[in-house]
Ligand binder design. Structure first.
Ligand SMILES: [Zn+2]
Length: 105
C-alpha cells in the first residue's frame, strides 16, 4: 500500500489517499507530537534509554508544515516551519496513527 496523493487541508490536517482507495485524515498536531525521530521519541541504547526532554515552549511554526517529501516508496519526510525535519513517517506508521492503534505512552 502507498499513497496516491497527499494534501494539506485548510483546517491543518493531512489527507492521504491510499492506492487501495482508503483515506487517512491526520491531525498535523498529532503528526508533530508523534514525530518518530530519535530527537523526539528517544532511542533505546543497550541498558539505557535516552529520554527526550519535551520543550514546553514550542517554537513558532512548531505545528506548521512547510513541505512534505516522499522518501523512496516507503515513507514521507515532513519539514516543519520551525526547521525540524528529521522525522520519517513510514506508510505503516501513518496508518497506525490514523487508526489510533498506537498505544498510549
Ligand atoms: Zn522529531
Amino acid at each position: 500500500m502507498r499513497p496516491k496523493k497527499i494534501k494539506k487541508t485548510d483546517d491543518n490536517k493531512l489527507l492521504i489517499y491510499w492506492n487501495d482507495n482508503s483515506e487517512s485524515l491526520l491531525d498535523v498536531n498529532l503528526l508533530r507530537d508523534e514525530c518518530p525521530c530519535v530527537h523526539c521519541k528517544g532511542e533505546t541504547v543497550i541498558f539505557s534509554s535516552y529520554i527526550p526532554i519535551k520543550d514546553p515552549f514550542k517554537a513558532a511554526g512548531y505545528y506548521e508544515i512547510e513541505k512534505v517529501e516522499t522518501i523512496g516508496n516507503y515513507a514521507i519526510q515532513i519539514f516543519w516551519k520551525d526547521g525540524h525535519n528529521t522525522g520519517i513517517y513510514s506508510w505503516e506508521y501513518l496508518k497506525e496513527l490514523s487508526e489510533n492503534k498506537k498505544s498510549e505512552d
